[in-house]
Design a protein around this ligand. Structure first.
Ligand code: TXA
Ligand code: MG
Length: 346
């Protein structure tokens, strides 16, 4: 299969309706299309078409037990997907949709088992990216879409990276420029007593608490599941976002980090904050120390860059756990296989 990349915007920065129409036609015909969203690029298919959804799993090499997020373009479309819309869901949608928040609710009978991976719930998100919204509207069906990377690789934040992973596997990628948030959406479930964050993202826990009151954060966000434990969000149990290098997160001040890094092998890389590159022989920056949103925006590209530079061993500066930093840490600790050294304890 040849994979085509079409521009989603015209030279005047308007939506390229020809490209959008082509994507919508392929989606209606049961094909898989790579589309931009404000978080990361997605691999979309008609959520009601089981055969089309199966093609997503095949293209990504995704385990069958990992459910997909269903994307909508207007709030009312949620009613067809879930068995009930509780007040908390309306509040969340008012505050954060369209945007980087995914809400899990008990599913309706219209959701194929392939989408929910056999779970009784479904994850729903209304993206804010104008291209994603236009494609959903034009296709006129909800779109199931995981991140557009090969399973286990960092999520793609631009069309070229989608192409690197999906070349020959899908017919079309829409190029809508770089994803602004850079990490995947926050996932919150309303299926538990107290709403619970299963995956941190662009919408912060602090923002969710301001709207809902009590919100719990699932243990799997910060900690490795123990053998035999089941994940509330199946995606959390897989090794994720992993470049080929062995990564270790090193918590401590810049001075402590520099001293530590200086004792490592000569060919080791560091994943540092912007502006710190000059202290290290091999460094890839991932955003300014004080900007969690810049770190989120840069992280996955930085991980892929480490691969392309041939990095084998990487020591990473530890982000703060506040705000969007929690999402950055959550992705980085998985990329590091939960390997963390804490110099502040010494
Ligand atoms: O920002 C995003 O969310 C991107 C863009 C494309 O929208 N999508 C994305 O999808 O990150 P994916 O498939 O890479 O991650 C979805 C996560 C997985 O961890 C999955 O296990 C979880 O959401 N999930 C989906 N449905 C679920 C359900 N019913 N219950 C629990 N977890 C669910
Ligand atoms: Mg993913």
């Amino acid at each position: 299969m040849q994979t085509e990349i079409l521009p989603a915007f015209t030279g005047n920065n308007e939506l390229n309706t020809e490209s959008i129409d082509r994507a919508a036609a392929l989606l209606r015909a049961g094909e898989v299309v790579g589309i931009p969203t404000e978080t990361v690029y997605g691999l979309a298919a008609n959520a009601f078409d089981e055969t089309a959804v199966a093609k997503i799993f095949k293209a990504k090499g995704r385990p069958q037990d990992n459910p997909l997020i269903v994307h909508i373009s207007a709030f009312e479309e949620i009613r067809e997907l879930v068995s009930d819309v509780p007040e908390a869901a309306k509040k969340l949608a008012d505050a954060f949709w369209p945007g980087p928040l995914t809400i899990i609710l008990p599913k309706s009978s219209k959701i194929p088992d392939a989408v929910s991976a056999g779970l009784p719930s479904v994850a729903v998100r209304m993206p804010s990216h104008p291209v994603a919204r236009a494609v959903i509207q034009k296709a006129d069906v909800p779109l199931a879409a995981p991140s557009a990377n090969l399973s286990g690789s960092p999520s793609p934040t631009n069309a070229k990276t989608v192409f690197d992973d999906m070349q020959g596997r899908i017919p079309l990628i829409l190029d809508g420029g770089s994803s602004q948030v850079g990490v995947e959406s926050t996932v919150i479930t309303l299926c538990t007593g107290v709403p619970r964050v299963l995956r941190p993202g662009g919408v912060t826990v602090e923002q969710l608490r301001a709207v809902l009151g009590a919100v719990e954060v699932d243990d799997a966000v910060l900690h490795q599941l123990k053998a035999g434990e089941t994940a509330a969000s199946p995606g959390m149990k897989y090794k994720h976002y992993a470049p080929r290098a062995d990564i270790t997160i090193v918590r401590g001040s810049l001075a402590q980090f520099r001293e530590y890094a200086a004792k490592q092998k000569e060919d080791a890389f560091v994943l540092c904050f912007a502006g710190e590159e000059r202290y290290f022989p091999h460094a890839v920056p991932y955003g300014a120390a004080e900007s969690d949103s810049e770190q989120a925006n840069r992280l996955f590209d930085a991980l892929r860059e480490l691969d392309s530079l041939g990095a084998k061993t990487v020591y990473a500066r530890c982000p703060s756990l506040d705000g969007v930093g929690l999402a950055v840490y959550n992705r980085l600790i998985r990329a590091a296989g939960f390997h963390l050294i804490d110099l502040t304890e010494e």
